[in-house]
Design a binder for this molecule. Structure first.
Ligand code: FMN
Length: 364
């Protein structure tokens, strides 16, 4: 019996995802302290998606340096203690047959933000005196609601490239089998890509080749640390949704340059670098952006954004609009979305958990 397209395995390099239903990276602001160390929340949260049949479980934006975190409660991979904490979670995900993945990130000018809950009612930029830090960016241009960042010098940029490479090495040591670079949503690498936030006049600003330089240096440095087996994804915001901003044409060009340096898949999202933009959203609203990149580059692509129904997810993959779908908020409502999709689409899967066999619909 042929499987629905959504349930076809997908292999990149030496890693096979059992299906095309992947968990989108989602910040949890839930490290116990401000040490970037994950704990039981992450085990229960990410573990439930693996039990629930997802092909790939992508852990949230994880700082490559302490200043690369979005908030002081976000996780990190800048030291070896953090490897051990992640390994526990990773081993459980893998034991359930899902591929454990991690999104590495640098928050740039949007860093040092207050966690959105349980933070003693505080909001806005966390002051340095209260455990925050001076944020950094390509240019000293503030994102509304945030402090003016420090414009990185060339030598500071090189330190950041090394931090991404070291974090990739630690991610591999923790057992992650997919690593994603966060180059979207107005964080550091998107800030370099977009002419709206990058007004440098040196080798890292101006023409596209220069704005993409940091991302491409990071891809090369990470690939050198990761070896050849493990897929490297890049999450792009394919558009700033505004005239004169970053767009899907530039995304497609940079995707191909990144492919040549060892990246494997473009995970297509949008927005986040310009405040106050009105976007008309609806089911699968970012699929056309993924299709654009798929048509205009050689990169495989995934899509994300308001995909909440198995039928829509399957149609996207079956019609070749994207190679996989990432599911975010619907996974929070139903961590077993992939099991539900298997029932609704009539897929025959081998990874229904034995512990949950009594909940499996009987074949007629
Ligand atoms: C609570 C929450 C946290 C998020 N954190 C991240 C993140 O760490 N990295 C990222 O690239 N996107 C993040 N996102 C965006 C999601 O990955 C996804 O792109 C977005 O929610 C749209 O997909 P959805 O409609 O399926 O939720 C987050 C979204 C939510 C709801």
């Amino acid at each position: 019996m042929s499987q629905p397209a959504l349930f076809e395995p997908f292999t990149i390099r030496n890693v096979t995802m059992r299906n095309r239903i992947w968990v989108a990276p989602m910040c949890q602001y839930s490290c116990f302290n401000e040490d970037g160390i994950v704990g039981d929340w992450h085990m229960a949260h990410l573990g439930s998606f693996a039990i629930g049949g997802a092909g790939l479980v992508l852990a949230e934006a994880t700082g490559v340096t302490p200043e690369g975190r979005i908030t002081p409660r976000c996780p990190g991979l800048w030291n070896d203690e953090q490897i051990a904490a992640w390994k526990r979670v990773v081993d459980f995900i893998a034991s359930r047959g899902a591929v454990p993945g991690i999104q590495l990130a640098h928050a740039g000018r949007k860093g040092s933000d207050s966690p959105p809950f349980d933070y003693e009612g505080k909001s806005g930029t966390v002051p340095i005196t209260a455990g925050g830090w001076k944020s950094v960016a390509p240019s000293a241009i503030a994102y509304p609601g945030h402090d003016v960042p420090h414009a990185l010098t060339i030598s500071e940029i090189q330190v950041i490239v090394d931090a991404w490479a070291s974090a990739a090495r630690r991610a591999v040591a923790a057992g992650f089998r997919v690593i994603e670079i966060h180059a979207a949503h107005g964080y550091l690498l998107h800030e370099f890509l977009s002419p709206l936030s990058n007004q440098r006049t040196d080798d890292y600003g101006g023409p596209l080749k220069n704005r993409a330089r940091l991302l491409l240096e990071i891809v090369s440095a990470m690939r050198a640390e990761m070896g050849d087996d493990i897929p490297l994804f890049i999450r792009f915001s394919a558009t700033d949704w505004t005239e004169g901003g970053w767009n899907e044409q530039e995304t497609s060009i940079v995707a191909d340059w990144a492919l040549e340096r060892g990246a494997d898949l473009a995970d297509i999202s949008s927005g986040g670098n310009v405040s106050g933009i009105k976007i008309s959203v609806g089911p699968g609203y970012q699929v056309p952006l993924a299709m654009h990149v798929k048509e205009h580059s050689k990169m495989p692509v995934s899509t994300v954004g308001l995909i909440t129904e198995p039928q829509l997810a399957n149609e996207i993959v079956e019609s070749g609009k994207a190679d996989a779908v990432l599911i975010g908020r619907e996974m929070l409502r139903d961590p077993h979305f992939a099991l539900r999709a298997a029932i609704e689409l009539g897929a025959d899967i081998s990874y229904w958990p034995g512990q949950y066999e009594w909940a499996r619909p009987r074949k007629a």
